[in-house]
Design a protein around this ligand. Structure first.
Ligand SMILES: [Fe+2]
Length: 280
């Protein structure tokens, strides 16, 4: 590195070159292997369109995405409860999901077993937060997003935006998500196959929770009985994000929520950190 130019870029490139050279020295690639590596990265770069960004996928399966999340996660305040963890956004988020009143059903085709998800949005002192927006998306019970099954699933099924009430409460009806494979028809999928790794992302529901005055949270909660919890391919599972799913037979509660008993239930609170408390 020269003594000129942008100091930050020089520092970053210095670290990258140091570790990159160490890897090459340890691997001692042949010319053919070096060319194969160049071709792999070229193929990753070519797999890019408005629905696919293979470099993000590569970052995810190499655990770089979650590592960056952990490093950049908000500093915890001194409040009574730690804020909800951030995780990766994933490839299937769509902005502009329909807005619904609380207790609405986002499983528009209603073909799967009903699941009620409810809880509160609170600050780190346990005080309710009114007006928080919860943007939610998930797979159906077969492990597919609406984007992947156009003509089979309704458009915007299993997506919705909800707003927390005066006491911080939110609730929506849905179906149980299922694990699903990350796109495996590209160079990253082939790489996983060559190193003997499966492509499955543990079953989850995605959330973006945001409200003025608080740090935005992008997260997901995981189904506790998913067989891929311990070997999630994007390494996104944190113990604190694994939900409990209860089967409830409370007929009055079911009727109140527009369900038939018994039904599945996840009780889940989101804890947001005030923007003014960051760095305390
Ligand atoms: Fe997902």
């Amino acid at each position: 590195m020269s003594d000129f130019g942008d100091p930050c870029t020089r520092q970053v490139m210095g670290v990258i070159v140091k570790h990159f050279h160490a890897a090459i020295k340890e691997i001692e690639p042949t010319y053919a292997e070096w060319h194969a590596a160049i071709e792999f990265l070229t193929d990753v770069g070519h797999m890019y369109n408005d629905r696919r960004q293979e470099f993000i996928l590569l970052s995810d399966v190499l655990d770089a995405s979650m590592l960056a999340e952990v490093i950049n996660d908000r500093p915890h305040s001194t409040g009574r409860q730690p804020p909800t963890f951030n995780t990766v956004l994933g490839p299937f988020y769509l902005p502009g999901a329909p807005h619904y009143p609380n207790n609405s059903n986002i499983c528009l085709d209603e073909k799967d077993e009903p699941l009620l998800v409810s809880g509160y949005v609170k600050d780190t002192e346990g005080r309710p937060i009114v007006g928080a927006t919860l943007d939610i998306w998930q797979t159906n019970e077969d492990g597919f997003y609406d984007l992947q099954q156009r003509g089979i699933q309704s458009d915007l099924v299993l997506r919705g935006v909800f707003v927390s009430e005066a006491d911080g409460h939110y609730a929506f009806r849905t179906s149980k998500p299922r694990h699903y494979p990350i796109p495996s028809d590209g160079p990253v999928g082939k790489l996983l196959g060559r190193i003997g790794r499966h492509p499955h992302w543990a079953a989850h529901i995605h959330f973006i929770v945001t409200v003025l005055g608080y740090e935005l949270v992008t997260t997901h909660i995981f189904a506790p009985d998913c067989p891929y919890l311990r070997e999630d391919t994007v390494l996104g599972v944190r113990p604190a994000l694994i939900a409990t799913i209860d089967r409830l037979s409370d007929a009055d509660m079911a009727k109140c929520r527009g369900l038939k008993a018994p039904f599945l239930h996840i009780n889940w609170d989101f804890i947001l950190q005030s923007t003014t408390s960051v760095g305390e």
